[in-house]
Design a protein. Structure first.
Length: 313
């Protein structure tokens, strides 16, 4: 008798456990919280009709194509290499850019640094050149990131108008891993942050304090953009950097610093002024990400080693 009761009790427990597990899985499915292996949706266009550039949305002949369709484009690359960032990251950035970035086009690298004499000499293809510009070193890395917006705007407005078709601005702690062709060019260009491309706007690390000029309310927003890459035509970059820096100045006057500094203000700018072209996370990829469904990777950023390269917290 006891054995029969024990057997029935065990069977009941197994059935109950199975029901609990099934209910748990169904709950997670219904609430969009499936395991990490779930494939994120890769949008091809924005709600305002701008293209989102993925390599698998292009015809094979377009992927990283270096064909300018006639006259080569004139493109300026700006990159800040301050302090220890110069010798640690700049050589690889330049060498890989020469291997992959808009080959066959006229490219000028503007390296903004506190030590121009330390900028490495590398072999450049015909039609490509490098200019070193000395800039003041800020005491805090946050100010370096934010003040670069004014520096870039001044450079484009004073020097590059009429001399360049497009300007691209990069963080130096990245390296090119695949071809960049004319498909990346546009009036205003932003890149989706790799860490948030599969997430909802509610989870984005926007600035949430209403007092800040970078404020974006919860439930609003399109994408979370990465400030490591942005660009556009000369007028587009001037308007962009001027608009971003105005927000930074307003915050400084109030004694506020946005949670992610220039990136917070960049996201606010693109919330108000939608980019004409959006690059997928292929163009600034985090190697620690596990998603296997990204078609390819065009640029990767180095693991963050702030203690080694930043002289101030």
């Amino acid at each position: 008798m006891l054995r029969r009761l024990s057997g029935r009790l065990g069977l009941c427990l197994l059935v109950a456990l199975g029901c609990i597990v099934t209910a748990f899985v169904l709950h997670r499915q219904c609430h969009g919280r499936m395991p990490r292996r779930t494939k994120p949706e890769l949008n091809r266009t924005t709600e305002w009709g701008a293209p989102i550039v993925w390599s698998d949305t292009l015809a094979p002949a377009q992927v990283g194509s270096q064909d300018a369709g006639g006259t080569p484009f004139r493109v300026v690359v700006t990159v800040f290499a301050i302090g220890r960032y110069l010798d640690k990251y700049l050589p690889t950035f330049l060498e890989t850019a020469e291997r992959y970035f808009l080959l066959g086009h006229e490219v000028t690298y503007f390296v903004l640094t506190d030590f121009p004499s330390y900028v490495p000499v590398i072999d450049l293809a015909p039609g490509r050149s490098l200019v070193s510009i000395k800039v003041k070193k800020q005491a805090r890395w946050q100010d370096i990131c934010m003040d670069r917006m004014k520096t870039i705007g001044d450079l484009v407005e004073s020097t590059l108008m009429g001399l360049a078709d497009y300007v691209f601005c990069f963080d130096v702690d990245q390296y090119f891993t695949g071809p960049w062709g004319p498909e990346v060019l546009g009036d205003t260009v932003a890149v989706i942050h790799a860490g948030f491309f599969s997430k909802r706007p509610l989870t984005f690390p926007y600035e949430r304090r209403p007092k800040s000029a970078a404020y974006i309310a919860r439930g609003e927003g399109d994408f979370y953009y990465h400030a490591a890459v942005f660009g556009g035509c000369c007028s587009g970059v001037v308007n962009m950097t001027r608009g971003i820096f105005r927000g930074i100045v307003r915050d400084r006057e109030k004694g506020i610093e946005a949670i992610w500094h220039d990136e917070s203000h960049l996201n606010r700018y693109f919330f108000d002024n939608k980019p004409s072209k959006v690059l997928s996370p292929e163009y600034s990829w985090d190697p620690s990400m596990r998603w296997k469904d990204v078609p390819s990777v065009r640029m990767t950023y180095w693991p963050k080693e702030y203690k080694k390269v930043r002289e101030h917290p």
